[in-house]
Design a protein around this ligand. Structure first.
Ligand SMILES: Cc1cc2nc3c(=O)[nH]c(=O)nc-3n(C[C@H](O)[C@H](O)[C@H](O)COP(=O)(O)OP(=O)(O)OC[C@H]3O[C@@H](n4cnc5c(N)ncnc54)[C@H](O)[C@@H]3O)c2cc1C
Length: 303
């Protein structure tokens, strides 16, 4: 471990290296143990060097954005979490295109679109993730998805090489793309939007935000929808019909406002959330025959 830290100190300034960092501070679930290392590269060169180093040394690493789709084990993560966040959050508008760093929050990109009278990004304004995280799952809401607005995506390959993919090369599908499968790290995205009216764009964003506040338990920590939408069904409805609304394990609850959300009512552990996921899966399977697949990503060891 010490020799790893020594090498990392040659790549990153010391204040960008955190040791035994609690993942509670870096996930919207506000649960989880510590990561051996939490690294905050300042630019693409440092990021590329880190990835190359971890691969050569066959050491574990995991890229995170805003941590809004993650459940980190209470036992933590034995490896390095690499944050692609503020240092990668530049946003530039050029005609009808928005060029965004992978660490830019979708809400900020939506704001830039509104200010520049560009329409098409309103659907994403309330998704609390980064642009890079959104590429992984082809994040979507209210009838829109990343696939509709992405033109180009610049990535680092696992060998640390920079490559640019077009929309059609990204393999976007329902909550999937090639990013995870190919072990890519997203650096930049070019979004292609359309000319619109800034007041109308603002009104649309406000309407969607009100819908979210009304339907989703935003007052509690969560990672959004826990499960993917099973073909022909809605996860939340299956869970409600199974009688699990309000069901809890420790501090983790099935939200009564939206049964598709597991919420942390203050003192949940990741294990509580995990056990609740398992319980929901088995009860729903027994009652309806439908297998619910988690949308959130589990990191570290469970069970
Ligand atoms: C209240 C709430 C509401 C939500 N609503 C929605 C919704 O409407 N629609 C929706 O799709 N999702 C929703 N989500 C889930 C989540 O916000 C999205 O999946 C988001 O895109 C995740 O982005 P992130 O930056 O937080 O990624 P993280 O949670 O940090 O990471 C998720 C995955 O992306 C990978 N990743 C992150 N950054 C990069 C990068 N630069 N390069 C490569 N891989 C990367 C990680 O390795 C991980 O596999 C919601 C979550 C919450 C808490």
């Amino acid at each position: 471990m010490n020799s790893i830290i020594d090498t990392i100190k040659r790549i990153l300034p010391e204040d960008r290296i955190l040791i035994n960092e609690s993942m509670k501070a870096h996930t919207t679930f506000r649960t989880g143990g510590t990561a051996d290392l939490f690294l905050m590269p300042e630019n693409a060169d440092q990021l590329s060097e880190l990835i190359r180093f971890f691969r050569e040394e066959e050491e574990e690493y995991f890229i995170i954005g805003n941590g809004s789709n993650l459940l980190v084990s209470d036992r933590g993560y034995r490896g390095a979490i690499i944050a692609v966040t503020e240092a990668f959050s530049d946003i530039e508008v050029s005609g009808t295109e928005i060029h965004a760093g992978a660490g830019a929050l979708l809400s900020r990109i939506a704001d830039a679109a509104r200010k520049n009278s560009l329409t098409g990004f309103e659907f994403a304004s309330g998704i609390p993730g980064t642009a890079g995280g959104a590429m992984v799952m082809n994040a979507g809401a209210y009838g829109g998805e990343m696939k509709d607005v992405v033109k180009l995506v610049e990535v680092l390959t696992p060998d640390g090489e920079r490559v640019t993919f077009s929309n059609s090369e990204m393999g976007f599908g329902y909550r999937k793309s090639i990013v995870r499968k190919e072990g890519l790290t997203v650096l930049k995205i070019v979004f292609s939007l359309s000319p619109g009216n800034s007041e109308e764009i603002g009104a649309k964003m406000e309407e969607l935000s009100a819908k979210r506040r009304e339907k989703q338990p935003l007052e509690f920590p969560s990672a959004g929808s826990t499960f993917k939408r099973p073909e022909g069904h809605f996860a939340g409805k299956l869970i409600m019909d199974a009688g699990l609304s309000g069901f809890s394990v420790g501090g983790a609850f099935v939200s009564e406002k939206h049964c598709g959300f597991i919420i942390n009512k203050g003192n949940a552990t990741s294990n509580d959330v995990y056990r609740l996921i398992k319980k929901i899966q088995s009860v729903v399977k027994e009652g309806s025959g439908v297998e619910l697949e988690p949308e959130i990503m589990l990191i570290g060891e469970f069970e």
